[in-house]
Design a protein around this ligand. Structure first.
Ligand code: ATP
Ligand code: MG
Length: 450
């Protein structure tokens, strides 16, 4: 139970008050001066302080101020001499809960202390709830393997700060989800999380996308346009595939990270960014630096806190958990009653290598949920490659009829290549001799077509 702390330099007063409140079943402590009162306040058990104002050494008013700092939930009632209204008013201004006047009337004091204690319980409950909310995110990051637990613990620790985070990991491991998870665990959770896929936006447009432009910045730039950094103000910006950012633009990003400053395209005014940056890459950051795709100084700035999401095949314990999570989610989304996954199907899922990581697992199970004939997912609902036990390596040859539409050839070639490289757009682009951006553009077109 919360404690009542009585502070008075006169022993007779202390004893009298102590007796009253002990009889009312309060747990009471007493202090003869401000200093010892503060010592007692520190342990957090004191709900209400009842203090005399005039005391040698630290006055009641000073004690009140200290208490507001040290134990903001604790409620303070001051005892003033009859007629000294000004001090009472001053105490209320400083945040006292109430004041009582001498000579003390028992009923009035007891009533005031009781109300103050109720207030304390309420305030403390609120702080407790707030602290709890700060600990949970709406985003569910599933993972029970040691590797995931370590990762999530690291992420939880960096979330509240403003430090830049660089998330690395193969395609489909959950980098995007982790970025959201961190944002939702941060004090910025009520502001926006703005995502920019640096690989998907044409190079020429990326700068104005990020920083916005002023009228006349380039031909066709009518009016002013806010950039993603403006949109993310107070919140978080997620720069996906950051190694796809042109080197010149990386310099500007570096400046935002270092000095919090940027200008709109064609603008002269220097703007300040209150934005937390989370970046992601499915390549090795050190390699990207070596290859000259990522500026070393930018890597240094972004990599303040490196987080690496492990591939799914190195954390097979997570497969069953993730699988159930995806089945439940997609069953609800597709309005299907699926209660679970049978043991044979689960074994097959756990055996598979999952080159496409969590995304591949999710797609497989979404398909299974839609196709399932019964109330649980069985082996028959999984793709042939999984049913056979070992994942059949995809043939590295494609055959086309002469005269097949080139658009179709292109699509099948890009899709097959992407499957071979586990969805790594950058690598696929290198193999195909085109830019990663072209791949994104094609994919967007195919999405629009279907
Ligand atoms: N630990 C996890 N718990 C729950 N869902 C997950 C987890 N990891 C990944 N997912 C889900 O898997 C899918 C792929 O994850 P995500 O898009 O975050 O991967 P990514 O690493 O960003 O991929 P890419 O490199 O291709 O952008 C998403 O639907 C995501 O919600
Ligand atoms: Mg992603």
């Amino acid at each position: 139970m919360a404690v009542l702390l009585v502070v008075d330099d006169e022993e007779a007063n202390r004893l009298a008050l102590e007796r009253i409140f002990v009889r009312e079943n309060y747990e009471v402590r007493t202090a003869a001066d401000g200093r010892s009162a503060i010592e007692l306040l520190r342990d957090g058990a004191v709900g209400v302080v009842l203090t005399d104002l005039k005391m040698p050494g630290m006055s009641g008013l000073e004690l009140l101020k200290a208490a507001r700092q040290l134990a903001p939930d604790t409620q303070v009632i001051v005892v003033t001499a009859y007629g000294s209204v000004e001090t009472a008013v001053e105490a209320m201004k400083e945040g006292a809960y109430d004041f009582v006047t001498k000579p003390l009337r028992k009923d009035a004091v007891v009533h005031s202390v009781q109300k103050a204690l109720e207030k304390f319980e309420l305030v403390r409950e609120n702080s407790r709830l707030r602290a709890q909310i700060a600990q949970v995110s709406r985003t569910e990051m599933i993972g029970a393997s040691a590797a995931m637990r370590t990762l999530l613990e690291e992420a939880r620790q960096v979330a509240p700060s403003r430090a830049s985070v660089l998330i690395s990991g193969e395609s489909g491991t959950g980098k995007g989800l982790l970025a959201r998870w961190i944002h939702e665990l941060s004090p910025r959770r009520d502001r926006r999380l703005v995502t920019v896929n640096c690989g998907a936006i044409p190079e020429a447009l990326l700068e104005s996308e990020l920083f916005g432009y002023e009228p006349g910045a380039f031909t066709g730039a009518q009016g002013r346009k806010e950039g993603r950094f403006d949109l993310a103000s107070g919140g978080t910006i997620f720069l996906d595939e950051v190694t796809e950012m042109p080197l010149l633009l990386q310099v500007k990003l570096l400046r935002v990270l270092q000095d919090g400053e940027y200008e709109r395209l064609g603008g002269t005014r220097t703007l300040r960014a209150d934005v937390r940056v989370i970046a992601a890459t499915n390549r090795d950051a050190a390699r990207a630096v070596q290859e000259g795709r990522l500026r070393e100084d930018l890597d240094y700035r972004l990599n303040v806190i490196p987080l690496h999401v492990p591939v799914l095949r190195e954390r097979r314990e997570d497969v069953a958990l993730l699988a159930r999570h995806f089945v439940a989610g997609h069953a609800a989304r597709h309005g299907r009653t699926i209660v679970g996954i049978d043991s044979e199907a689960l074994a097959a899922l756990e055996r598979h290598a999952w080159p496409g990581n969590a995304r591949e697992l999710e797609n497989t199970l979404e398909r299974a949920v839609v196709l399932a004939r019964g109330e649980s997912i069985t082996l028959a609902d999984l793709p042939a490659a999984l049913r056979g036990g070992v994942a059949a390596p995809e043939s590295s040859w494609l055959t086309f009829a002469v005269g097949a539409p080139l658009a179709q050839v292109e699509r099948r070639m890009i899709e097959a290549t992407l499957r071979q490289v586990n969805g790594d757009r950058t690598l696929a682009a290198t193999l195909l001799g085109i830019s990663a951006r072209s791949i994104y553009r094609r994919e967007a077109e195919w999405r629009d077509e279907s």
